[in-house]
Design a protein around this ligand. Structure first.
Ligand code: NAP
Ligand code: HSE
Length: 430
């Protein structure tokens, strides 16, 4: 509408997410005057390579020079969808210092430098919003920061990596092996070209660090998160889990306990009737527990062009409304507590262990006594003969501090009756 103000934004990056944002901006164009009270448009787009073919993009908007955006005072919102730490961190800081608001999807950056950047946004009274950084299209940052602000939150647990959930779903439901499932995930564009961050749990670790910081009002960085990936999960473990009424999922888990914050990413056996057990394929879900709301779960698409652009656009519209009301910078860093993060050794879990052992009388008693001497109680023991002289032993422990399990493992390593321990996986429940 011509009589309305026009809010101008710049896109930094025009890849999967940037391309989606560009398209959504055009798709929603007629709605902005009603939703925001202003027009909203993209003024410039920063890319690395100006020569690349970009069908459907107005090439007059493209630049490869950040200064063109930084020095353009008409641009009030910078949308950072380049990824990586640098130059994204410098550009975001410079944008805020120049009086611009920022929307970003950059979990790598926020999981390490979120505190510093949010403090800066608070100082200059500008918005720094990042709904797209965790679980793509699923609204979770805004619910944690705003809708659930009246709670003491004690648990945030989620499937927050689509690639690994896709792989585990294929292994569980189609009996596929890890490598084949990973190849399909890459072909479908879920996994990164280098899938290490996905399969080793680093991507989920960054997302759980961001969520834990907000949920518990205390800064948690990626380096605080204990991470284990899914590369060692085998078809055998999945079959045993199935027989015992569980499925295996890669979870990001953050809990607020009396003695500190527990924050981990690891595969876990969860009961088939748990709401997270039926979250399959590349879908994500986040489960939250608060003293007032009780349990709440958020489910949807955690990645991809339009789901991620949906989260970005929600933030851009939010910032635009704040610009119109002169109230940017209302919610900056919400970490006003300093709660220690617990060492993994001190965290209590139940464990599933699969061991190959000598098939001779007394072996089971020996193993049970090592567990017993280290304070590890056993909930379940299954033994199957694999060869005449070898047996496969599957054990589920009672809840035990990880250090006690590790002490038992140190002794097992020196016992000739134990040939291999191919799987140690945490089990849901107390
Ligand atoms: P992408 O497809 O690799 O696109 C990156 C874009 O940024 C490209 O257009 C590239 O320019 C541009 N770029 C990179 N470095 C640059 C630099 N130094 N200067 C100028 N432009 C630069 O990445 P993406 O998948 O869209 O991801 C973007 C961000 O969103 C990341 O932080 C990612 O973690 C996050 N995210 C992604 C998803 C998803 O589903 N993909 C979901 C949630 C969050 P050229 O085109 O010229 O190469
Ligand atoms: N590689 C990520 C995933 C993309 O598989 O979930 C979004 O962060």
């Amino acid at each position: 509408m011509e009589d309305k103000k026009t809010i101008k934004a710049a896109l930094l990056g025009l890849g999967t997410v940037g391309g989606g944002v560009y398209k959504l901006m055009n798709r929603q164009k007629e709605e902005f005057p009603y939703k925001i009270g202003a027009n909203l448009e993209i003024e410039k787009v920063l890319v690395r390579n100006l020569e690349k073919e970009r069908p459907g993009i107005d090439s007059s908007l493209l630049t490869d020079n950040w200064q063109d955006i930084l020095n353009d005072d008409s641009i009030e919102i910078v949308i950072e969808v380049m990824g990586g730490i640098e130059p994204a961190k410098t550009y975001i800081k410079e944008a805020l210092e120049a009086g611009k608001n920022v929307v970003t999807a950059n979990k790598d950056l926020l999981a390490e430098y979120g505190g510093e950047l949010l403090d800066l946004a608070g100082e200059v009274k500008k918005d720094l919003l990042f709904e797209a950084a965790v679980a793509g299209g699923i609204p979770i940052i805004c619910p944690l920061k705003q809708c659930l602000a009246g709670n003491y939150l004690t648990e945030v647990m989620g499937i927050v990596n689509g690639t690994t959930n896709f792989i585990l779903s294929k292994m569980t439901h189609e009996g596929m092996d890890f490598e084949d499932a990973l190849k399909i995930a890459q072909d479908l564009g879920y996994a990164e070209a280098d899938p290490t961050a996905d399969v080793e749990g680093h991507d989920a670790g960054r997302k759980i660090a961001i969520m834990a910081s907000i949920a518990f009002n205390s800064r948690v960085t990626f380096s605080d998160v204990y991470t284990e990936g899914i590369t060692k999960i085998s078809a055998k473990d999945i079959e045993y889990a199935k027989d015992m009424g569980f499925v295996i999922k890669l979870l990001g888990v953050a809990r607020k306990k009396e003695d500190g914050i527990e924050v981990l990413v690891h595969p876990m056996l969860i009961p088939k009737n748990h709401p997270l057990a039926s979250v399959d394929d590349a879908f994500n879900a986040v489960y939250v527990h608060g003293d007032a709301v009780d349990d709440a779960m958020f489910y949807g698409r955690g990645a991809g062009e339009f789901p991620t652009a949906s989260a970005i656009m929600g933030d851009v519209i939010d910032v635009s409304r704040n610009i119109m009301y002169g109230c940017t910078g209302r919610i900056a860093c919400s970490c006003y507590k300093h709660i220690p993060v617990k060492k993994v050794e001190d965290i209590e879990s139940k464990f599933f262990l699969r061991m190959t052992v000598d098939n001779t009388p007394g072996v089971l008693a020996n193993i049970a006594s090592v567990f017993g001497n280290n304070g590890v109680g056993l909930e379940k023991v299954i033994q199957q003969n694999v060869k005449k002289d070898l047996a496969e032993l599957v054990v589920v422990t009672d809840p035990v501090k990880e250090k006690h399990l590790r002490d038992s493992m140190a002794i097992f390593n020196g016992m000739s009756i134990i040939k291999k321990i191919p799987a140690i996986i945490r089990v849901y429940g107390a």
